[in-house]
Design a protein around this ligand. Structure first.
Ligand SMILES: [Fe+2]
Ligand SMILES: [Fe+2]
Length: 327
């Protein structure tokens, strides 16, 4: 994998401050919420031909859950982008919102491309992954039959769950990713980091859309079940068909992660239903934001996640191209 030796910092995102126009309604944007236009990065991943589905070498059970998420993303991302694009066509967004929504959609399409490539190895090595891939396709095919207003609300709700997932992952960064293949870990962490960066934009589209906000209370539990339910069922399906299934320590870890994740995601999801809520009020976990600033536009690379250090250049160079394989 070619990675830049001396990456330049990415162009700083532009920032604007938007005032509320409809203050007071349960689903209006609070006054003076600061909003960023995210930077669109196309991170290049060079997966080796013998890449396997068990990329997390010390905690394959964690890799199983992440693999389930990756399988879902190839349907969730295009659904969210498609619904948001249709939603934006149903009213006149102001120039700032149109620009930020465009950046969000381009980020999501970059995620889609990266996960598609990654998933080739998953589905090539695992029949369970192929079944899950079909289930994901079916789920989002069903959701696509619902109204555009629901789709916009679903996209906003999905972003809330994605943000909470990123917060959870950053809180246990070393715990969850130590022992993982560096490139695979980098894919998931880059995706999560950009979920933090664009956390409020789908919500702004929701607020500006004429009817989508009314669908949010329904869309939130549906998005929750789609993402969390699929990850739990899909991850467990991949795990029980692996040779690691008889290790009780791995089961104990899975239960612990489920509980800790619930404690992070439930309060954020519940808060999103309250009057005057906006995702930009949520405090970003700091490391992912800092790491994103290390993106190198010329080489389209991020510093690799490494066990030795959080994306240190020396560690990155030392491990460049070294993708360990677990059989
Ligand atoms: Fe995404
Ligand atoms: Fe997103």
């Amino acid at each position: 994998m070619a990675l830049a030796e001396v990456p330049a910092p990415a162009t700083p995102p532009t920032t604007s401050t938007t005032s509320t126009s409809t203050g007071g309604s349960p689903r209006s944007k609070p006054a003076e919420v600061e909003t960023d236009t995210p930077h669109v990065r196309r991170v290049k991943f060079a997966w080796p031909e013998d890449q396997t589905d068990t990329w997390h070498h010390s905690m394959p059970e964690f890799g199983c859950g992440a693999n389930a998420i990756s399988l879902l993303m190839t349907y969730a991302e295009p659904y969210g982008v498609g619904q948001m694009r249709k939603g934006l066509g149903q009213f006149e967004p102001d120039a700032d919102l149109a620009e930020r929504a465009d950046s969000l959609m381009r980020q999501e399409m970059a995620h889609l491309r990266a996960h598609k490539d990654f998933n080739k190895a998953l589905t090539a090595h695992s029949r369970t992954a192929r079944v899950l891939d079909r289930v994901g396709k079916w789920m989002f095919g069903r959701l696509a039959k619902r109204s555009v207003a629901f789709g916009v609300a679903f996209a906003a709700a999905f972003e809330i769950v994605a943000f909470a997932s990123a917060r959870w992952a950053e809180a246990g960064l070393r715990r969850y990713f130590t022992g993982a293949d560096e490139q695979s870990a980098t894919l998931f962490l880059w995706h999560l980091a950009e979920e933090i960066e664009h956390k409020g934009i789908a919500h702004d589209v929701l607020l500006a859309h004429p009817t989508a906000a009314k669908k949010y209370k329904l869309a939130l539990p549906v998005a929750f079940i789609a993402l969390i339910g699929f990850t739990a069922v899909g991850g467990l399906s991949l795990f029980v068909t692996s040779r690691h299934v008889f290790n009780p320590m791995r089961w104990a870890r899975l239960i612990g992660w489920g509980v800790s994740f619930a404690f992070v995601v439930m309060p954020v999801a519940a808060t999103s239903l309250t009057r005057g809520f906006h995702p930009d009020q949520l405090i970003d976990p700091p490391w992912m934001k800092m790491w994103l600033s290390e993106y190198d536009e010329a080489s389209e690379t991020m510093p690799l996640w490494t066990d030795a250090g959080l994306g240190s250049r020396a560690a990155m160079t030392a491990t460049d191209g070294a993708i360990a394989r677990q059989v």
